[in-house]
Every structure is written in structure tokens, then in C-alpha cells.
Design a protein around this ligand. Structure first.
Ligand code: ATP
Ligand code: MG
Length: 379
């Protein structure tokens, strides 16, 4: 990945601009952590970059930067700038392009994110980034109060990096977060969610939870149930426990999944019926929340007599022919009864046993009566 990144910056340099790999990739590289993407900083403007990389696209999400893919690696190339005038603690009003790398580095969030690699592969460290990386400390580049006022997202980024990298927050940074936490009110819910996702997906989640509480962010982030969080390998399990479905943005699938996980918790994820009606995945997440070993859930899933309706050896035609009734709600009710009896091991999955049982249920319950009424009303 470094080789490809060096190729990209050398292409920019060959067009007589400066370019450096900057930020997360370099920080992670020094620490021996693998990165997914690479940030590049350059004095070439977007319009110049489009000429150098004709297939590049301007990323609307990341204001004024150009994204290219090279050997399937994502490069986000940003032109040197300083902080423009900010109108909402978040978006620069205008981009002030500048000519010097050091000025660009000074507008960045934390010292650990200002380290660079040049076209020869050498480290360029203008703001003592390396000593903070070695000391595992998160310090803002400028005064932290000033920094958070410019961009409140940095508050959550600080906690995210402390969590994922297992770094300490500098004392002044902590104090500034406590004083500036109200600014998070105006940060978009999507940005809050994406930082929280990273914090909650980290194996060090405990660090993040502790900081959120210690720095008084529970209310402003709507995390009233934070103390109920259980270690969970799936971030959706954390969100399920937090119960903020209507506050944070989730997809329809995620909302349904969270509902199923909650139902699985209520109905015991070890039960065959729960595994059958809610499926394995929600049950394993529910199991994690309830501290049930995954193996127990998997064993039970394997031992289920049926996993889906088509595993049952009879079908609706068999029922209709055998009971001499019409298809309709009665059949649906019978199916449900048969499924539950099968899952509770009260009947074997054999044609004879199931048809006999169906007949017994049909004749002894008031299904017959209902059937008659229905024929009357529908007929
Ligand atoms: P990762 O990619 O692992 O999430 P990163 O440090 O690369 O971490 P990015 O969001 O990719 O973070 O940003 C790239 C660089 O841009 C950062 O390293 C930092 O120098 C700068 N940066 C990003 N967000 C901000 C911000 N809100 N304020 C100031 N500088 C920022
Ligand atoms: Mg990055």
C-alpha cells in the first residue's frame, strides 16, 4: 500500500507540485496498523489534480477534495489550506488555499494526525507528531478550546482515537471537551452516529464508554442506557441495548434486526421456537447480550427438528386433502400449531403423525366452528 501511495505522490510531484502522504495512514503505518485508505496533501488544486488524474472524482462529502482509486486503493487528495471562516462549528465557509505544508498541518485536528511521508518515503514531522504517537497521547494542534469551537466533530474524533488506538487524552484536551461539550448539540446526528459506530465497534469500547461518562457527554449524545451496554462483537447489539432507534439514523434492515434481537432476548434465544421465528443471527446477538455462550446457541440451532417451513414433510395440499377443508386462515393457524408442536418435540416430523395431529387439533378446537362461520360469511 505504501508503494502505491508513493507512486501516486510521485506522479503529482512529476507534474511539478508538492505532495505528501498525511494523517491516519502515516500514524497507523508507524504503529504497524493496517489502513484502509490514504490521505494525501498537496499544493495542486482540484482542477490541476483532475488534469493529472482524468478519472478522479470530486468528493462532495469531503468539501474540496479529490478522490482517486489506484490499484483499488482509495486516495483522498486534499489541497493545502488553512481554516476558513466557519459558520456552524463544522463547515468551512470558503476554502483558503495556502502554499505551505506547515500551514496545512496546523489546521488539522491532532498532532498525531499531522505526520507525513514524502516522495522518497521519508518521514516529515513538522509538529512533533512522532513524539506524541510514541507517548500515545492525543493533543490538539492548536489550543483545544479554540479547536473544538472551530469543529465540534473533533470532540468525538478525540474519543474515537483514544478508544481505537488506546491512547490517552491530554489533560487540557479533556478539560476543553468538558467545557465545549454543549457544542455537540449542533453537530449533525449522522456525524455523531458515524463516530459512535467506530467507538462501539472497537475492541477497546470500554475506553470510549469511560470517556463519554467521565467527560459528561451522556446527555448530549442521548446515551441514557450507556451503563447497560454489554460487550458485544456486533455493533448492532450495542445499539439495541442503547435503544435509540428513533434518535440515531438506522436503515430499515437495522431497525428490523434490532426489533428481532429484542424479541429474541424476551423469548430466550436458546429456545427452538425463538431460533425458528427470529433466526440464528438475532439470537446469537441476543445471546451475547445475555452472556450466553455462542456455542450453546449454535448447538441448539443444529439440534432443531426443523429450520424452516419447507423442512416439514407435509404441505398445505396434504392438509387440505386430508381434512377436506378449503385453503385459508384455518390452514395458517394449523401450520403455526404444527410448527410449535414440532419445535417443542411434541410430535415427530412424519407425515402420519402430523396429519393425525392436525386432525385432532382441527376437530377438538373451535377451528371447525370458525371454519363453518367463515364458509357462511364468505360463502
Ligand atoms: P481514519 O482514516 O483512521 O479514520 P484519519 O486520521 O485518517 O483516521 P480521516 O477522517 O481520514 O482521519 O482524515 C484524514 C486527516 O484529515 C486526519 O488525519 C487529519 O489530519 C485531518 N482531519 C480529518 N478530520 C478533521 C477535522 N474534523 N478537523 C481537522 N482535521 C481533520
Ligand atoms: Mg484516513
Amino acid at each position: 500500500m505504501l508503494d502505491t501511495a508513493l507512486k501516486v505522490i510521485n506522479i503529482i510531484e512529476d507534474n511539478s507540485y508538492e505532495a505528501y502522504i498525511v494523517g491516519g495512514f502515516v500514524r497507523d503505518y508507524i504503529m504497524g496498523i493496517k489502513s484502509n485508505d490514504v490521505d494525501i496533501t498537496t499544493n495542486a488544486k482540484p482542477k490541476d489534480l483532475i488534469k493529472i488524474f482524468p478519472n478522479a472524482n470530486i468528493d462532495n462529502e469531503v468539501y474540496g477534495s479529490v478522490v482517486i482509486y489506484f490499484n483499488n486503493i482509495r486516495f483522498e487528495i486534499t489541497t493545502y489550506r488553512d481554516d476558513g471562516v466557519y459558520f456552524d462549528n463544522r463547515h468551512p465557509d470558503t476554502i483558503n488555499y495556502v502554499n505551505e505544508l506547515k500551514i496545512d498541518l496546523k489546521r488539522r485536528d491532532f498532532t498525531i494526525n499531522t505526520i507525513c511521508i514524502d516522495k522518497n518515503g521519508d518521514i516529515v514531522d513538522l509538529l512533533n507528531s512522532r513524539s506524541d504517537i510514541n507517548a500515545r497521547i492525543i493533543r490538539t494542534v492548536i489550543d483545544p478550546l479554540e479547536s473544538f469551537k472551530i469543529d465540534s466533530l473533533r470532540i468525538l474524533r478525540a474519543i474515537r482515537f483514544a478508544t481505537t488506538l488506546n491512547f490517552e487524552l491530554d489533560k487540557e484536551v479533556k478539560e476543553a471537551i468538558i467545557q465545549s461539550r454543549y457544542l455537540l448539540k449542533d453537530l449533525s446526528i449522522n456525524r455523531k452516529k458515524s463516530e459512535l459506530d467506530k467507538i462501539f465497534s472497537s475492541p477497546n469500547i470500554e475506553v470510549g464508554i469511560k470517556l463519554i461518562k467521565e467527560l459528561g457527554l451522556v446527555d448530549v449524545l442521548y446515551l441514557d442506557n450507556i451503563n447497560k451496554i454489554k460487550p458485544c462483537s456486533q455493533v448492532i447489539g450495542i445499539w439495541t441495548v442503547l435503544n435509540v432507534d428513533r434518535i440515531y439514523p438506522f436503515t430499515r434492515n437495522e431497525l428490523n434486526l434490532m426489533k428481532d434481537i429484542r424479541e429474541s432476548i424476551k423469548n430466550n434465544p436458546l429456545a427452538f421456537t425463538t431460533l425458528y421465528y427470529y433466526d440464528l443471527y438475532p439470537c446469537t446477538v441476543a445471546g451475547e447480550i445475555l452472556s450466553i455462550p455462542k456455542k450453546d446457541i449454535m448447538d441448539n440451532y443444529r439440534d432443531m427438528p426443523i429450520h424452516k417451513r419447507s423442512d416439514i414433510v407435509i404441505d398445505s395440499y396434504d392438509l387440505i386433502n386430508y381434512l377436506k377443508i378449503e385453503d385459508g386462515p384455518i390452514i395458517s393457524k394449523l401450520w403455526k400449531d404444527l410448527e410449535i408442536k414440532l419445535l417443542n418435540l411434541e410430535v415427530n416430523n412424519s407425515k402420519e403423525e402430523l396429519l393425525n395431529l392436525a386432525k385432532k387439533i382441527y376437530t377438538s378446537s373451535n377451528l371447525v366452528k370458525e371454519d363453518a362461520n367463515e364458509t357462511k360469511t364468505t360463502g
